[in-house]
Design a binder for this molecule. Structure first.
Ligand code: 6R9
Length: 650
């Protein structure tokens, strides 16, 4: 972004107060903000007491060598014990930890007692394979119970896991295995994707052909498809099933590395984000309790994310299990075998708390509101969003069509790097605004600053920063302290730079405006892609929109938009008239400066596996360049579909 601050174009006046019953019994009240502000470290210390520690800490935070933080110094705990065993010891062994639903319709129920046995067996199996405390284990599994079981087994013995999305290419997997020097890879023969079997094992064979550190590949049989067998391979059902269900969990240091998770970034090699144990578990447990108002005795919680994304790590595995929650895990895609599959799952398990991404919500808008309307979603009491800014119209659709106009929506801002939720409404406290992530949570000190690092006044726009260390912050980039300092702590003195644009409204509430790299500079104005996309989505015929800046001889950059029409938009959505209508709609909503130069109607948008729109690929298209790296795309054929829509290709 240049000197100029981000233009603040979108006006949104709708407000939604917390439901009175929820407010009356909410886990967290308004007072907590004050308590945490008065004594931040004392606040986090109280949250750490949610966990069971083998040895108490002697210092809450060591920040003597910034930006390298140590939380709960001297404390010791076992993360897996905290997520599983202690609930069994407390007499909750029969409580369901996971209702698992496979794509083909097979199911498995794991109580906390079941999970304890499974994790112990997997931990014993890893030990038999020679995995020791401090070793790294790569996990390349679909959304099956063996995935959380493997993660917890690693945590239990103090091995650091590195989960890689099942579906990433052999090359993406190879670089991640090599960077972490993983000793063992856990995978499956294949996975179910849209009613078909997609092989995984050949990708692993390919990747480990050139990663000499890998001693064993542990293979779960999921689809039953043929796989090649190498000497290093061992079947899960041979090795794990014969292990003892007893394993004593040793305590590990609060700062013991729990996991590495790679974020792709736009350039350069992927960054291995390192999370440790005590602070991480404290913040994910607290935020899951506070933001979702979790009542573990009665709630059924479902986060639809893939566990290969940080959202799955923190809010399918560690946070919910630390809190003794009952969760749903679903293996497949939302349209298999039909477009109502998710709503069927909510109805079947009587899900009360639901957490998904804007990309999914916009897809459902595209498919049409009659699909969720066929299902009984009345069990829901709170719905959440994560991953991208939620457009106000998508928020309102979500609240009305899924939440029956009754459930509060929590729009949660955070990152792989932050480990846990940072900015979010509190469902019993905050009056929600469609499109706003609202306020930093209690105990979090975040702000919006200008390019000099000065806090912007209400009404201003700039960069989102975090001004004080937080328990679940990344500790470094695996093997590259220098890059950690340079990427996150060098843009503004003494502050964590998140890389996101944001604005404060007149009440001081935060609105996230997308990655700073995506901000467009049009005739000297910084315009966020998010606001133009939200304006497009507010047109009744648009389900989804992606906006990018393309070089323009007159305006520097010009706005180019790609839109997906809603299911009920009718047949006239491909013509010039529709495009003209949309351009005018944006000009009316945001002002003439934001009017797109060009709008293309497309059937799909390029997205990462976690559902984020890859605007840089659209910029390549808009500027007639050959495409950059497409290895993290969910479906690379999407780009061909889009290219055929280009005027030049017609
Ligand atoms: C959890 C996760 C992080 C980036 C982040 C931002 C975007 C996530 C958001 C949001 C606006 C929200 N993001 N949640 N933007 N509102 N509620 O998504 O982690 O995959 O590392 O991505 O996602 O741009 O910087 P990660």
């Amino acid at each position: 972004m240049s000197q100029e601050t981000l233009s603040n174009l979108l006006q949104e006046n709708r407000r939604f107060a917390p439901p009175p019953e929820l407010a009356a019994s909410a886990n967290v009240t308004a007072q907590t903000y004050e308590e945490a502000a008065a004594d931040r470290l004392g606040f986090w210390e109280r949250q750490a007491e949610r966990l069971t520690w083998a040895k108490p800490w002697n210092e809450v935070l060591d920040w003597s060598n910034p930006p390298f933080a140590k939380w709960f110094v001297g404390g010791e705990l076992n993360v897996a014990y905290n997520c599983v065993d202690r609930h069994v010891e407390a007499g909750l062994g029969d409580r369901v930890a996971y209702h698992w639903e496979g794509e083909p319709g097979d199911t498995r129920t794991l109580t906390y007692a079941d999970l304890q046995r499974e994790v112990a067996k997997a931990a014993n199996a890893l030990l038999e394979l020679g995995v020791r405390k401090g070793d790294r284990v790569a996990i390349y599994l679909p959304m099956i119970p063996e995935l959380p079981i493997s993660m917890l087994a690693c945590a239990r013995i103090g091995a650091t896991h590195s989960v890689v999305f099942a579906g990433f290419s052999a090359e993406a997997l190879r670089t991640r295995i090599a960077d972490a020097q993983a000793k063992v890879v856990i995978t499956a023969d294949g996975q179910n994707r849209r009613g078909k079997h997609a092989a995984l094992k050949p990708t692993v064979d390919d990747a480990v052909a050139s990663t000499p550190d890998v001693e064993h590949v542990l293979v779960v049989r999921r689809t039953g498809q043929e796989v090649a067998h190498h000497e290093r391979d061992v079947w899960w059902h041979d090795l794990v099933e014969r292990q003892s269900t007893e394993h004593t969990a040793e305590p590990h240091d609060a700062e013991h590395p729990l996991y590495i998770l790679y974020t792709s970034g736009t350039t350069g090699k992927p960054k291995g984000i390192l999370h440790t144990s005590g602070g991480y578990l404290t913040q994910v447990a607290y935020t899951h309790h506070a933001v979702f108002d979790l009542k573990p005795e009665t709630d059924v919680y479902w986060c639809s994310a893939d566990i290969g994304w940080v959202t799955g790590h923190s809010y399918i595995v560690y946070g919910p299990l630390a809190n003794g929650a009952t969760s749903v895990i679903y293996e497949g895609t939302p349209d298999t075998p039909h477009q109502g599959r998710w709503w069927e799952i909510i109805e079947k398990y009587k899900v009360t708390l639901f957490y998904t991404a804007p990309t999914a919500i916009r897809t459902f808008m595209k498919w049409g509101e009659e699909i969720p309307a066929r299902h009984d979603l009345s069990s829901l009491r709170l719905i959440g969003s994560v991953g991208e800014p939620i457009n106000p119209e998508a928020y309102v659709w979500y609240r009305e069509r899924i939440g029956a106009g009754r459930c509060p929506v929590v729009d949660t801002w955070w990152q792989t790097e932050t480990g846990g939720i940072m900015v979010s409404p509190l469902p019993g406290v905050t009056e929600g605004k469609p499109g706003a992530a609202m306020r930093p949570l209690p105990g979090i000190v975040a702000d919006v600053v200008d390019d000099q690092g000065q806090s912007v006044p209400n009404g201003g726009g700039g960069f989102l920063v975090v001004k004080e260390p937080w328990p679940s912050m990344l500790r470094t980039i695996w093997g590259d302290d220098e890059r950690y300092v340079k990427t996150y702590w060098s843009r503004f003195e003494g502050m964590y730079f998140a890389g996101d644009g944001a604005k404060k409204d007149d009440d001081g509430d935060f609105w996230l405006l997308g990655r700073v790299d995506d901000v467009m500079l049009v005739s000297g104005h910084n315009i966020s892609t998010t606001e133009v996309e939200s304006a497009l989505v507010s047109h009744p015929k648009v389900a989804e929109a992606a906006v990018t800046g393309a070089t323009d001889p007159v305006t520097g950059q010009a706005i180019v938009a790609f839109v997906i029409p809603r299911g009920n938009a009718g047949a006239d959505v491909d013509g010039e008239e529709f495009v003209a209508e949309l351009r005018d709609h944006v000009a009316k909503t945001l002002g003439p400066i934001a009017k797109p130069r060009q709008i293309m109607v497309v059937p799909e948008l390029p997205k990462t596996r976690s559902g984020k729109i890859m605007r840089r690929l659209l910029r390549d298209v808009a500027e007639n360049r050959s495409l950059g790296d497409v290895t993290t795309l969910t479906d690379s054929s999407v780009m061909d579909l889009i290219s055929t829509k280009l005027p030049s290709a017609k």
